[in-house]
Design a protein around this ligand. Sequence first.
Ligand SMILES: Cc1cc2nc3c(=O)[nH]c(=O)nc-3n(C[C@H](O)[C@H](O)[C@H](O)COP(=O)(O)OP(=O)(O)OC[C@H]3O[C@@H](n4cnc5c(N)ncnc54)[C@H](O)[C@@H]3O)c2cc1C
Length: 401
Amino acid sequence: MHDVEIAVIGGGAAGISAARTLADAGRSVLLIEGSDRLGGRAHTVSVGGLPLDLGAGWLHSAQHNPWVAIAEASGFTVDRTLPRWREQWRELGFSRADQQAARQAFEDFDQRLRTVETDCAADALIPGGEWNPYLEALSGFINSAGWPSVSVADYLAYMDAATDTDWRVEQGYGAMIAAHAARLPVAFSTPVTAIDRSGTRLRLDTPRGTIAAEAAIVTISTNVLSSGAITLPGHDAILHAASQLPLGLADKLFLALDDADEIPANAHLLGNPRAAKTGSYTLRPFGRPVIEVMYGGEGAAEMERRGLDGAAAFAIDELTTLMGSAWRGKLRLLAGSCWGRTDHILGGYSHALPGHTGARKTLTIPIDERIRFAGEACSETEFSTAHGARKTGVAAAQALL
Ligand SMILES: Cc1cc2nc3c(=O)[nH]c(=O)nc-3n(C[C@H](O)[C@H](O)[C@H](O)COP(=O)(O)OP(=O)(O)OC[C@H]3O[C@@H](n4cnc5c(N)ncnc54)[C@H](O)[C@@H]3O)c2cc1C
């Protein structure tokens, strides 16, 4: 039997941060990862020499984001160009007046969220409201789920803590997070299936044998936790909390773009401002010859049903409707994600169901002092992000230290 001092289960942003904190404090640690790579939902793939982020891409709330300093200290380049999500390139399919009306509808919705009597965000929508599909699309991007399944208190806790400054890592956010695990001992392709806490040492079952540990930090996603992937005796309250913080769906797609010099770097298009199922398109990110597509909520669910080729066809239809049919032959699929069907991940990012924002706190209250939980869903104000995940990993490590 393998014996370690502290086992960190899951090699995403939270697990890597926890293991790094413990190793820096001189503790012996093993990072146990179910898949064959590090980074989890922060995943940079290299296609034709281009680093493409299939998961986390933006250093959200950049002023409070600890990954900014880590990136720069480890030789990665932080690009401080701000996103242009609020702009529509050449007003294609979204006139200035409609953009203003849609934005106003979002601001009014935000105000109603602050006075609505229930904790269900959909109750702040105006029934039949002209911009409801637009608001639903935004919920998909922000929450990876629709307003009916989003807690008002949870959503506002995030929004009120976040800043509007979003930066990027030129070589990839996922690559940078994975690099932060350099020289940490890692057991790859070793999914933990049970934690037995009946003895003086914890016993972690894996298909590669049992690992004994003094303590463990569990950082797997809430959907994986509530799927029963790990048997955790006595942890019903934690498993119940995880089920109240499900991951929705969010996915990325990258299209190669030929002959596009006329398009400015980082221009933005919303596919259809009057549809809930639509893509958000960043044209030529970093000036590269690609289009980065983001789908969330209902839109991501539809794309996962269609598969990558079907999702690319949908994206190309939306883009050519806006930009003209001459672009059809200049666009082709490069890469994409399907996080809902990715083993050991099973979704986008967590949102609290109405009435359940308290579940985030419950996840962090240990039932056995030797077992701590971390991961984006454990953050009460920075959930759904890679920096929120990092902070929970560091906090769990410090609690054990
Ligand atoms: C499309 C998309 C876009 C996003 N964009 C952004 C963004 O721009 N900015 C941002 O900050 N965030 C973004 N996010 C969210 C961000 O990626 C996540 O919040 C963050 O990466 C989660 O990190 P984590 O460590 O909590 O979980 P994970 O990344 O899920 O890590 C958990 C790890 O545990 C492993 N694991 C699971 N089960 C087991 C097991 N039984 N045994 C061992 N290992 C196991 C998994 O393989 C995984 O590596 C995005 C997410 C998606 C899907």
